[in-house]
Design a protein around this ligand. Structure first.
Ligand code: FES
Ligand SMILES: [Fe+2]
Length: 341
């Protein structure tokens, strides 16, 4: 049901430390901690003895001790101690998942560990680049991850969901161009000579109409980069350019819950008060999405329970990007399943 042979963002580096952290990823409970030398560890968070979550146990040095009968496991998942017996069955171990710290996130590989190539981590370099000023966060959203992918591939909703920050009439009224090749999906919108939305006015003091570019790139399974660039119509003044990226690492927690790791690095005005305004504006807008997505998920579940099947939806032009992404995920899932079989 989830693509496994891909990198997903598991956490921000500061979330993983010397405390045991449990986080569900692709429906699996995962335990995170750091060894004494700082190396992050991810293990299956269910004791092979009687399924007690290891995250409820204790970290002793680099070893996790189960809180029920005291079995101990090292960072590779191997059992190193069973109290009261010397024989340790080789099958007594938990899975260890490869982790890589890159672009100021910790990425996890939940598939075949031998296929975990760090070069396949998507390009989110803007979050760790001296020319860009980062800010970001994480939401836990009670919805299936594909609803969030749909949301970010169709920004026409900005007009109706985010009218106090990044949305205005011009967004929904300007059609997009959708492209797809090499497994990537791109949704391109160019808005010319239209008023600026409220957050842009607050950040840049735009007084007249602006030209606004919104280019979205989705790469499988759930990585989305939004390139956003705005400037006064007819102006070439580099000081008046408002440019940022919206980086989205979307990690399924379960079938009905999603971790949304986001960042909005920008390349203008490094001042801290601008970072705060940008951060607060982003949190405000994303919180509005969370409200929509959770209501949508609840209604889908209600409809499915009522009728015994998922609701049938009407598609509109703006859905093309989301539909192409869903189709590509389906193709990749079938190929992963065939490979496993
Ligand atoms: S359940 Fe973990 S030691 Fe028994
Ligand atoms: Fe949104």
């Amino acid at each position: 049901m989830f693509l496994r042979n891909h990198w997903y963002i598991a956490a921000t580096p500061d979330e993983i430390g010397r405390d045991l952290l449990q986080r569900f990823i692709l429906d699996e409970p995962v335990l995170f901690y750091r060894k004494k030398d700082g190396t992050p560890v991810a293990l299956a968070d269910a004791c092979p003895h009687r399924s007690m979550p290891l995250s409820d146990g204790a970290l002793i040095g680099d070893t996790v001790q189960c809180g029920y009968h005291g079995l101990e496991f090292d960072g590779s998942g191997a059992c190193t101690k069973i109290p009261g017996q010397t024989n340790i069955p080789p099958r007594c171990r938990v899975s260890a998942y490869p982790l890589v710290e890159k672009w100021r996130w910790v990425w996890i590989w939940m598939g075949n560990p031998e296929a975990a190539d760090p070069a396949a981590i998507p390009d989110f370099h803007w979050n760790d680049d001296p020319d860009w000023i980062p800010t970001g966060g994480r939401f836990y959203i009670k919805c299936n991850y594909q609803l969030l992918v749909d949301n970010l591939l169709d920004l026409s909703h900005e007009t109706f969901v985010h009218p106090s920050t990044i949305g205005n009439a011009a967004v929904a009224e300007t059609p997009v161009r959708t492209e797809s090749d090499d497994g990537e999906v791109r949704v391109l919108r160019q808005i010319n000579g239209q008023p600026a939305p409220p957050l842009y006015v607050a950040l840049k003091n735009f007084t007249g109409n602006i030209d606004r570019t919104q280019n979205i790139t989705w790469t499988p399974p759930t990585n989305i980069v939004i390139e956003s660039r705005s400037m006064p119509s007819g102006s070439n003044d580099p000081d008046m350019i408002l440019e940022y990226r919206v980086l989205n690492g979307i990690t399924p927690a379960t079938a009905t819950a999603t971790h949304h790791f986001w960042a909005t690095p920008r390349n203008f005005a490094p001042e801290e008060d601008v970072t705060k305004a940008f951060h607060d504006g982003s949190v405000r807008a994303f919180s509005e999405d969370v409200e929509v997505l959770e209501k949508q998920q609840a209604m889908i579940e209600h409809q499915a329970a009522l009728r015994g099947r998922d609701p049938t939806w009407i598609d509109i032009n703006a859905d093309q990007g989301g539909l192409l992404a869903r189709r590509e995920v389906k193709r990749l899932l079938e190929s992963e399943q065939a490979h496993r079989a």
